[in-house]
Each structure stands twice: as C-alpha cells, then as structure tokens.
Design a protein around this ligand. Structure first.
Ligand code: IPE
Ligand code: IPE
Ligand code: MG
Length: 249
C-alpha cells in the first residue's frame, strides 16, 4: 500500500475526483446480509477515501451517495439510507473539522426529509471555515434534474431581461449548475463493475478520465484509490488535440 502511494506524482494529482459509490447491496447479499448492512459498511469507505484524498492534497472529492432515481427503491431501503445519512453526518462533523475538510451538498434538497436537511445544514455551517479538502456529497442528485433546473432558471433570467440569449456561452450554463463553484472532475471512478454513468455529472464529466473497478464500494480503500490515480497519471489527456501538439507544449 505504501509503495503505491509513493508512486503517485503529487505535482500531477487530479484536482477533482468524483466517485459513483456502487455495490453496497451486492456486497451485503454476498455475505447473506440485508442491503442496509452494505450501506452501513460503505460509510467506512467514505471515511477512508476522504482521508486518503485529504492526505494526498486532492482539492475536491465528489461522492454520489443517492440519486434522484434511488427514491424509487423499496421504502425500507430509502428510510434506512436517510437515517444512516443523518446519523453519519452527525457523528462525522468532528472528524471533518479535525481533518480541515469542508462539506458541500449538491442535489434536490427539497426532496430530503426535514430532519435530514436540518442535520445537513448544520454540518455545512460547522465545516464552512475549513480550507482543506472540499467533500461534495451528491444527494438526491441527478444530472438531468440539474440541467432541467438550469435551463428553467436561464429562461427566467432571459424573460426578466437579466441575460441576452445571444450572449449565452458555456460559462453561462456552468453558472446555473449546482457545481458552479467547482472545477470539472478530472477523474471519475465507479466501483462494483458497472460501466455506466447513471445520471451523474453528465455535463461536468465531458473530459474526465473514467476508471472502472470490480471492487465493491464497502471494500474500496486508499490503496484502490491510489491505483486509480496512478492509472489516471498514465493517460494522455488530449482534449481533442493530437499527441504531438501536447508534446510541443
Ligand atoms: C450504492 O450501492 C449505494 C446507493 C446507490 C445508495 P447500491 O445500493 O446501488 O448497491 P448495488 O449496486 O445494488 O450492489
Ligand atoms: C448510482 O448507483 C447512484 C449512486 C451510487 C448513488 P445505482 O446503483 O443507483 O445505479 P444503477 O441503477 O445501477 O444504474
Ligand atoms: Mg447500484
């Protein structure tokens, strides 16, 4: 594990890592347990990976914790996840502060139960002065929800004469997304062997490097993160250009 960490070039770290934390349910079922047992153990991975990112000096870590579509899961799983969320946030604020981690949330907060919103707002406020890792939780989030919202709000501002449609650029669109104050993710990791994006940051991932691993989220630890970062560092990011242009600087 130590070896992997030492191989990482700290001058070329991804500024922003986004993770689709998948496989909690399968991890639990493989152990003959209830799906919620998997979610419970997934929290340990969140702690470990947030600490790993903070230690390396990654600036932003976005974790997909609950999608808009996840509201359609069986009621007991949704309720269990909400309870786990509130309980975890409550317990972790102290550790976040100790590690200088600032919490952010993206998603449709109006969908969350009142008690969850209150707990979240408190944690956002209590960590707002931290200057280390920015930990962004995507909760009740989906990219299509975000984009529809953005288009609607742009429409309102055009109608009110605040923006001229002719002047709309990609920077304008970015301003209306939940991620307006975040750089685009450079590395996106999905655990548990699924090769899809599942409505996560569709706009922001335009040029992200994608990394898929079969490891289930509750088994994902710092050494798995280091492997993903090393893989990222071995890639050539061309942004539409050709290799020779990049080498020429
Ligand atoms: C990811 O694990 C956590 C959430 C989506 C809340 P899953 O619950 O999707 O686990 P699998 O994919 O069914 O194994
Ligand atoms: C994506 O996982 C959402 C989160 C990890 C929060 P899902 O398990 O919900 O995605 P699908 O249904 O396999 O695409
Ligand atoms: Mg899943």
């Amino acid at each position: 594990m130590q070896d992997l960490k030492e191989k990482i070039d700290l001058t070329r770290l991804p500024r922003h890592i986004a993770i689709i934390m998948d496989g909690n349910g399968r991890w639990a079922k493989e152990k003959g347990e209830d799906r919620l047992f998997g979610h419970f153990h997934g929290v340990e991975s969140v702690r470990n990976i947030a600490e790993g990112c903070a230690e390396l000096g990654v600036e932003y870590l976005t974790l997909y914790a609950f999608s808009t579509e996840n509201w359609n899961r069986p009621k007991n799983e949704v309720n269990g996840l909400m309870a786990l969320l509130v309980d975890t946030i409550h317990k972790e604020v102290e550790t976040l502060n100790k590690n200088n981690i600032r919490l952010h949330v993206i998603g449709d907060m109006d969908m969350l139960p009142h008690f969850a919103c209150e707990e979240l707002n408190e944690a956002l406020e209590m960590t707002s002065r931290n200057t280390g890792l920015n930990l962004v939780m995507a909760l009740s989030y989906s990219s299509r929800w975000e984009l529809v919202n953005a288009v609607r709000n742009i429409g309102v501002d055009v109608k009110d004469g605040k923006i001229d449609p002719e002047t709309i650029t990609h920077e304008t669109v970015e301003k209306y997304l939940c991620t307006s104050n975040l750089p685009d993710p450079e590395l996106m990791i999905r655990t548990s062997g699924e090769y899809r994006i599942s409505n996560f940051l569709l706009y922001q991932l335009a040029y992200a490097e994608l990394y898929f691993t079969a490891t289930r989220w509750p088994d994902f630890r710092k050494d798995n993160l280091y492997e993903a970062i090393l893989d990222f560092q071995g890639r050539e990011r061309r942004f539409g250009k050709i290799s020779e242009q990049l080498q020429a600087g």
